[in-house]
Ligand binder design. Structure first.
Ligand code: GUN
Length: 308
């Protein structure tokens, strides 16, 4: 049963929906400039292999939002039984297509497909997820490549609370290639002292309690409890987990990797689930698509006419 009278949160709730809407509006204004000044329409190709319902929803949102900001989105839907060679062939065609500026291969891929091999043959200049080893290497070396959208979104949400991250203790819970590792790199670049922890870490709670910035990206519902959080910390919850349906709640409640009700009594600022990191991922994906379109077409990134 949900608590009928939950204690109101004392933390600032970081509004990912509002911040993402501002990012998308800026992308839309700059996309319009590209069209009028350079006759260039940024084009994102999204490859979906199989019929995983969650992936279908994510991909549908990505292409809808791309169209809303004036970009072209090309959906390539492949059968769940597609062979490795067929997926590779599709990616190679997209690599060679001058009208495609950015390619996203939705993960996870079906078990017969070797994701690493697919990512390895992506053109790094079109790798909008920043997963190719050229892009992960550039990020790790502090150079300019493509940074995955979710970590970019997390950083923007942290910076909506404070711009000055220098010297802060950051703890990242999770070590995935798509989120944990790149967000740790981004926070290092901001001069945080970064600790990455994961499911095998000893004394997880103790380490988390040292964090001025805590990023949870492990995919375990409500694993981070209120007493794992340092009072006043910034808490970014990347998890999206659906709980088992209970009673009238037919679909099951969506929760993050952080126990929100508890954490919101201790943290200084916290992202909710949903409406926290989720909308920022798509907004930053569009930002990456815009940047790749400019870079691949050899035109300068337009300035946002409404930027301060
Ligand atoms: N699956 C879940 N999130 C993502 C993402 O950001 N990119 C890709 N390619 N697949 C995902």
């Amino acid at each position: 049963m949900a608590d009928e009278n939950p204690t109101p949160p004392t933390a600032k709730i970081i509004d990912g929906t509002a911040i993402a809407a501002r990012v998308r509006a800026s992308v839309a204004r700059r996309t319009a400039i590209l069209k009028t000044e350079f006759d260039l329409t940024p084009t994102l190709a999204v490859v979906l292999v199989g019929d995983d319902p969650a992936s279908q929803i994510y991909v549908g949102m990505k292409t809808k939002r791309a169209a809303e900001v004036g970009m072209k989105a090309r959906d390539i839907d492949m059968s769940a039984s597609a062979a490795q060679g067929q997926v590779i062939e599709v990616v190679e065609q997209l690599n060679a297509d001058k009208d495609v500026h950015a390619i996203l291969v939705q993960l996870p891929l079906p078990p017969q497909i070797k994701a690493e091999e697919v990512i390895d043959i992506l053109d790094p200049a079109k790798d909008v997820d920043g997963l190719h080893i050229i892009n992960t290497g550039l990020l790790t070396s502090g150079r300019v490549g493509v940074v995955p959208a979710t970590p970019l979104g997390c950083l923007a949400l942290i910076k909506s609370v404070t711009q000055d991250l220098e010297g802060l203790d950051a703890v990242v819970v999770g070590r995935s290639n798509l989120v944990g590792k790149p967000i740790a790199q981004l926070l290092l670049r901001e001069h945080c002292s970064v600790t990455t922890v994961h499911s095998r870490t000893r004394n997880l709670d103790e380490i988390c309690r040292r964090a001025d910035i805590l990023v949870a990206a492990v995919g375990r519902p409500e694993m981070v409890r209120g007493d794992w959080i340092k009072p006043g910390a910034i808490v970014i919850d990347v998890g999206i987990n659906r709980l088992e349906p209970q009673g009238a709640d037919e679909k099951g409640r969506l929760v993050g990797d952080v126990n929100f009700a508890e954490a919101a009594q201790v943290a200084g600022a916290i992202t909710p689930v949903p409406k926290g990191v989720g909308p920022m991922t798509i907004a930053c994906l569009l930002q990456n698509t815009l940047a790749l379109a400019c870079r691949n077409a050899g035109v300068p990134m337009p300035k946002d006419p409404e930027a301060a």
